[in-house]
Design a binder for this molecule. Sequence first.
Ligand code: UT7
Length: 331
Amino acid sequence: MTDSSSSARVTRAVIIGTGHYLPERVVENAEFEKTIDTSDEWIRSRSGIERRHFAAEDETTSDLATHAAQAALRDAGIEANDIDAIVLATSTADLTFPSAATMVQARLGMERGFAFDVQAVCAGFIFALSNANALIVSGQARRVMVIGAETFSRIMDWSDRGTCVLFGDGAGAVILEAQPGTGETSDRGILATDLHSDGRFRDILYVDGGVSTQSTGFLRMQGREVFRHAVEKLASTAQASLEKAGMTADQVDWVVPHQANIRIISGTAKKLGLPMERVVVTVQDHGNTSAASIPLALSVGRARGQIKTGDVVVTEAIGGGLAWGSVLLRW
Ligand code: UT7
């Protein structure tokens, strides 16, 4: 929230590093033509996806996450033990427990602090970022690594053409640091967050298995139904974050949306009144990587030279639950 007093001292969670990792194996749309009744043309025109990465047989979510975290540490120029906490968003952790976050903590050589997973499917990174912000603003942590990492290839039904062509594997990470702010929107750091869920929509996007039902299960989605909710809910949550901060869409330099479908991405930008030139788009190369999609896009957007220090960025995502939300920040 904006503070009317310009001398007010507040703590802001500022991004000081980003990194990402994509598994080596790239699968082009055309590969699916060999096994199911689909076409490169259908996948491209209906989703915007051209290719995606799939993890190797022996590669797990915490492996992907560790690579992304190491890249973010290098980018920030700090060591693992300079971090107080790791919040990792995933729906495809290596094991039922311990959390993927604690596995990453050990792999990074981090011998202090705490680490835990957050599960809000495709909106997972938004929920993790919002929770990390709360840890920093409340003084419970000074530096937090926020990771989104997934191996959705493990929960694909390869005979279901309505889902298996859409998802990919990957990981992205950002490091947040507590820095003093004035309470004005000119501050760097997270300016507003907005989270929602509505469990009544469970059946339009879910996995039909899990520990308590003694199976692994496959992802099931009523794509058209999810699509129907997506544009409206994403635009309204982005708008809500802007309103909480006392800002308007024309002040936004970059929209970094969840990368599920180019038609959802462009429909949401249009609703916000923002041109596609101000949207970071990676869906063509990554497919839908669930909780990894936003940190991947943030890291790629930085590497491309799109997002610069001082830019206003709004990120938004929706997924199974339904769960959705947005984070507004100044880089
Ligand atoms: O990240 C979590 C959030 N998830 C999403 O945001 C996904 C939201 N949904 C979507 O992105 C889109 O709904 C899809 C890309 C999944 C599907 O696009 P659509 O334009 O909504 O297509 P549709 O589901 O209405 O299907 C149109 C037709 C159907 O055939 P009929 O019933 O019209 O004869 C499907 O059977 O396309 C057919 N179809 C395919 N055809 C070729 C479905 N999948 C395929 C396929 N190849 N892979």
